[in-house]
Design a protein around this ligand. Sequence first.
Ligand code: FE2
Length: 257
Amino acid sequence: MSKGIYHHRRFSAKQTNKLREIAGRSKRTFNFLDQREFEFLRSVVLDPATEYPEIGAVSKYWGFGPEHAPAKDIVPWLMPKLERLLGPHEVDFFAYQEAITPWKIHADIRWHESRIPYRVLLIPLDVEPNDGTVSYDSWPETNTVVFEQRNFLAHYPESSDDLIIPNTGQDHWLRSCDDPNVEALIPGRQIPEQDWNALFGHIPYEEAEGMTIDRINPWIPMSIMQWDNTALHAADDFLGHRIRTKRCFMIFTFLPE
Ligand SMILES: [Fe+2]
């Protein structure tokens, strides 16, 4: 989920076709960062002086564009790496995020009048157990789970003034299988209840209806994971696994025009 306000409307047919055409699987890459790069981002997110402009119900969030001041120490070394990893793309914005409660199942997709939202990338920076910060070689296990189901916003109206503000609580969210925007559901509960509960203690098993897993991405220091803007995903139940919070750096991208 990303910063700001989401418009309750669908993309043009041309944008939607492109979004469908570029849809791919979640991936992860080990040792994407070297230790110095990783420790730089980690030092920002662990600095008690770091302030999050957006403190929502689910996470603390600090988003900024590649042209903004906080990006100036990141862009020179990160952009070439992203180019090698993703190929042609443009950065929409970066974000540092500190979790409060685990995100339930959602897609990050946000309407834009002309652009094509592309991949979302997540660099894990810290996993803090209930009893205090640990060094990064002893993080407790936690995962970001990407599903095979998609949201192209295709059932929203062509135009609407309705807005959605995403980081304000998840209680009113529909089950994915009840959301007309969600596609590629497989009828039935394909993920066994025991497996579901081991990952998602914060999400009732009824919400497993129609859902299948693309990839379980463990949080590993110096790695990066990625998924499509349209791909449904969720955090695992870190609070239920004695983890107080987790912190990451995220990159939201567009296809080049
Ligand atoms: Fe998300």
